[in-house]
Design a protein around this ligand. Structure first.
Ligand SMILES: [Zn+2]
Length: 325
């Protein structure tokens, strides 16, 4: 999956370098039109440069005097050129190549062969764009999670107060992020009413993983079934959206149970969940349905996968009204 994005990014770097090359040419032409003397100086500098390298190759060490003279002449020309530019209010940097990244000069790789930070950032940006989450993650992440919102009072029959419970959920979610690549790490299933922080916590996990360079896809179950149906019934040619559901490093299915279920959706859903489990690709599910209701709603094959391969985590407490309905 990543290979395809890496190829696209490398092509993007090619385009960026071509752009700065074109821009440089364009600016040079512009400056030559405004100050024709600069063109002459550039030609003269180029001629001297050629002479200099020739004399180094043909008579090394012999014509030190000549070389010094050429060097001096070049220096003078460069000074004249700088002066002319300044007199004409043209910044010295105007004729230099402009790179988007000075570090790697828009190559994506550093001298030591390692990926430049800008390359890594491009991969992350791409993953963000694919995730359907770009807008919410600034506000909803582990750093902005406020545990104080949750009550320390006992809640109904629950052993833990809502705050203790939320600490447990936070811990489990952070553990999920830390051990994301470990095949032993179970998937996560959040259940409970709306306004209890399920979506918020799912977004925290999504952001943490995106920032580590994983591809995360967020989809409501309703929209997800649409994508699966569209491709199956050939209403859509957009195979990428479909493939991402299977191939993203993490698939977040929000609001499971809100989709219309029938035998088709059941078998598509099973196919998706099962194939991700078999390939060790992680899933996070949030739902308003209790495990009992899930058992009634979905066929046994799906339900048994959910019980066996997911940490099933309950959200309870007062509706905090912070989640988008
Ligand atoms: Zn760079």
């Amino acid at each position: 999956m990543f290979q395809q994005y890496i190829k696209e990014i490398l092509r993007e770097y090619d385009r960026l370098r071509q752009q700065s090359e074109d821009l440089k040419k364009q600016r040079r032409e512009e400056v030559y039109r405004r100050v024709p003397r600069i063109k002459e100086i550039d030609q003269e500098i180029a001629r001297l440069g050629l002479m200099l390298s020739k004399s180094i190759i043909e008579a090394p060490g012999e014509s030190q005097q000549l070389m010094d003279r050429i060097s001096k002449e070049m220096e003078n020309l460069k000074e004249d050129r700088a002066m002319l530019l300044t007199e004409n209010n043209i910044p010295l940097s105007y004729l230099e190549k402009v790179y988007h990244c000075e570090q790697c000069k828009d190559r994506g790789f550093l001298g030591n062969g390692k990926k430049c930070a800008c390359f890594k950032q491009k991969l992350i940006d791409r993953a963000y764009n694919l995730s359907n989450l770009t807008n919410t993650l600034d506000k909803e992440n582990f750093h902005s999670f406020n545990i104080d919102l949750f009550s320390t009072e006992p809640y109904g029959e629950e052993k833990r107060s809502p705050r203790q419970n939320m600490m447990h959920l936070l811990n489990t979610s952070e553990g999920f992020v830390m051990n994301f690549k470990d095949p032993q790490t179970k998937n996560l299933l959040f259940y409970g009413g709306t306004g209890l922080g399920k979506t918020f916590l799912a977004n925290c996990v999504a952001k943490a993983l995106l920032d580590r360079g994983h591809i995360v896809i967020y989809q409501t179950s309703f929209k997800m079934i649409e994508v699966l149906e569209d491709l199956r019934f050939r209403r859509s040619q957009n195979k990428e959206e479909y493939n991402l559901l299977f191939e993203a490093d993490l698939l977040i299915i929000d609001d499971l149970g809100a989709e219309l279920t029938n035998s088709f959706t059941n078998s598509e859903l099973f196919n998706l969940i099962n194939s991700r489990i078999l390939r060790g690709k992680k899933i996070m599910i949030s739902t308003n349905l209790s495990p009992m209701e899930l058992a009634e709603r979905y066929d046994d094959r799906i339900f048994s996968r959910l019980i066996a391969h997911f940490d099933v985590l309950k959200f309870y407490g007062e509706d905090l009204r912070w989640e988008k309905q």
